[in-house]
Ligand binder design. Structure first.
Ligand code: SF4
Length: 367
């Protein structure tokens, strides 16, 4: 595979796209121009877009990427999101809950493998979303911070303000909560019977309590390109530290199981747009969608974090692709490293990741 160099990606884009990209490279991309880029179709325009995003990523982060380990510790959920394998009503969903010691063991293994962050994720498990459950979640965070001293993210769904405050006090670094879309009508179809504003507010509270926040959207779920552009700028307004676009994968037993996945180019365009609008933010390239080959394309579009790495042996699940490469060990940092090298990329040091998050935390309100 060819390394990601500007020569490899160079094309003869239309004059209009070249002018827009020149403005974008200087940090001046207006929404109407962003929409023009989302609508780009020709191969030369697309290459120019990906190339510009790639160059901006390189200017900000060099050839270094960060890597996140993933612990999906409960696949139970009280919600019924129409796109999700783990929705409450889905009888086809594999269900499990990991105990505290097992979570620690998995996290320790991930730390040893060299990841920069442990991402502790679950569905909105009713056993976590209760007084007792919140205390358990807090105890996991406390134990992980104390025993592993690693950057830590949690994504267990919408949490009350009081719990977010406690998590902030325990030194939690990241709170991830994806809106999926910022189009309220589409939100109501995707996140059925969930409160749009409550979800947005939880992210604001998390920032106020000293945590970095991750926002994300789904691509290929009925959104328009205007919606994608709007989301990219909403993420800017909410000052998200990590911004994500993920292509939809149909899941068995869900109302959207017959909907096809979108072309990967749509996701790549959204990632590039995010890089243009959020030059110095973290942008994940998920392993969870279509494995190594998809990872490379997403990195080529401007992403700089490899996410969803999962250790084998523990029968853990992914979010979008429950089993993809998990037990074959390909989905580990050592499985991914040779591939990154072929792309001309390197795994950053833990020290540099810690520095990035500490500098961002120091800029949060009240610091
Ligand atoms: S997306 Fe999250 S909240 Fe929605 S059903 Fe799936 S696990 Fe539950």
């Amino acid at each position: 595979m060819m390394p990601l160099t500007s020569t490899a990606l160079k094309g003869e884009a239309s004059r209009e796209v070249q002018e827009i990209l020149a403005k974008a490279a200087e940090g001046n991309l207006e929404e109407k121009d962003a929409l023009r880029l989302m609508k780009a179709e020709g191969i030369d325009d697309l290459f120019a877009l990906f190339n510009t995003a790639h160059e901006i990523r390189k200017r900000q982060f060099g050839d270094k990427v960060f890597a996140y380990g993933f612990v999906y510790f409960s696949t139970y959920c009280r919600n019924n999101c129409s796109f999700c394998l783990y929705r409450r009503a889905n009888r086809c969903a594999p269900r499990y809950r990991k105990k505290a010691d097992e979570i620690m063991e998995i996290a320790e293994m991930l730390k040893k493998s060299g990841v920069h962050l442990i991402d502790l994720t679950s569905g909105e498990d009713p056993q976590i979303h209760s007084e007792k459950g919140y205390r358990r979640l807090l105890s996991y965070v406390e134990r992980l911070k104390k025993e592993l001293d690693m950057p830590l993210m949690v994504s267990p769904g919408v949490l009350p303000k009081t719990v977010l405050r406690e998590l902030g006090r325990k030194g939690l670094d990241w709170y991830a909560l994806y809106q999926e879309t910022h189009n309220r009508l589409l939100f109501s179809k995707l996140r059925c019977r969930q409160d749009y504003d409550e979800r947005m507010k939880a992210k604001t509270y998390a920032r106020e309590e000293g945590m970095l926040i991750e926002e994300g959207i789904l691509i290929g779920v009925g959104e328009s390109r205007e919606d994608v552009v709007d989301s990219v700028y909403q993420m800017k307004k909410m000052k998200a530290h990590q911004v994500r676009a993920m292509g939809f994968i149909p899941q068995r037993g869900t109302p959207m199981e017959s909907r096809p996945s979108p072309p990967i180019l749509e996701e790549m365009k959204a990632i590039s747009l995010m890089r243009l609008v959020h030059p110095d933010r973290l942008i994940p390239a998920s392993y969870d969608i279509d494995g190594l080959k998809g990872l490379g394309l997403r990195l080529m579009a401007g992403a700089n974090v490899v996410t969803s790495l999962i250790p084998p042996r523990f029968h853990l699940r992914g979010v979008a692709q429950a089993e993809l490469d998990v037990e074959s060990s390909l989905r580990t940092l050592s499985g991914v490293k040779p591939y990154l090298q072929k792309l001309g990329l390197e795994v950053a040091s833990l020290k540099s990741y810690r520095k990035w998050i500490e500098e961002e935390k120091a800029r949060l309100p009240g610091k």
